[in-house]
Design a protein around this ligand. Structure first.
Ligand code: FPP
Length: 242
């Protein structure tokens, strides 16, 4: 964490969320406004991913989870799916060294079997290389759906209970979620003016504060991120109590 940066952006360490989840929305509309193809918006979106991951490190956030591709995104035109998959591939190819050098632990959540073998391999290598890192947990949701995750965890849990491998205990259920080991989501940010959760981290965001901004993802820079984090600092979290 960089104390000077926190001061520069008007943030206080003890008032930061531990785990921020982001639904990065609006790439297509951002591009359309500029009469550019949607792929241009996604490319700009990757630049913001880089910026926000770096900013999370210097602000001292423990975990950030980004929604990059949902189980529903396969319904998009084939070319757009191809662009998103190649951007994810390029990101992993170009970024893992820097992530590792900065102590970032990379994880992917989602249904990996649906991804190409080469992307699966890159993901696995990135996870293996960065496994021991502790500065920031960067989790990217790819081919992810919250209900799919819950179904998957429930089936694995039921099997392990029946075969006597674990106790009938909610902690054991949580261990079978894709996010096992990560703190609960404190803050869920969605860009582009849509006010929905869209099947993202349904279990983990149960008590998350929600933040919606009209800014499109390609314009969500460090300044905007700091603004969102300042808003978190003044929220009064009661977890159902008084
Ligand atoms: C939503 O915008 C964005 C996505 C579906 C993809 C997000 C992916 C990236 C930012 C790039 C890859 C990510 C990483 C982690 C390298 P939209 O296309 O739904 O925009 P629209 O609602 O304006 O059409």
């Amino acid at each position: 964490m960089d104390k000077e940066k926190l001061i520069q952006y008007g943030l206080e360490e003890q008032l930061l969320p531990k785990h921020v989840a982001i639904i990065m929305d609006g790439n297509g509309r951002w591009a359309k406004k500029r009469l550019m193809p949607r792929s241009y918006g996604h490319k700009k979106g990757v630049e913001r991913v880089r910026e926000i991951v770096r900013a999370s490190s210097f602000f001292g956030i423990q975990a950030i989870t980004l929604y990059a591709f949902s189980t529903e995104n396969w319904k998009r035109p084939k070319e757009e799916v191809g662009v998103l998959m190649s951007l994810l591939t390029q990101y992993l190819q170009s970024e893992v060294k820097e992530l590792h050098d900065n102590g970032v632990r990379f994880r992917m959540i989602g249904h990996r079997e649906g991804l190409s073998p080469s992307l699966q391999e890159l993901i696995k290598n990135a996870e293996d290389k960065t496994r021991e890192n502790t500065t920031l947990n960067l989790t990217v949701a790819i081919n992810y759906g919250g209900r799919d995750e819950l179904d998957h965890a429930a089936i694995a849990f039921a099997k392990d209970v029946v075969t006597g491998q674990c106790m009938l205990d909610s902690k054991e259920f949580q261990k079978r979620l894709y996010t096992a080991g990560l703190p609960e989501v404190d803050y869920l940010i969605r860009t582009s003016g849509e006010q929905r959760i869209s099947n993202f981290l349904l279990y983990q965001a149960a008590y998350a504060e929600l933040y919606f901004t009209d800014i499109y993802w390609p314009d969500f820079d460090t300044e905007q991120y700091a603004k969102a984090l300042k808003e978190f600092a003044v929220r009064n979290r009661r977890y159902g109590g008084l």
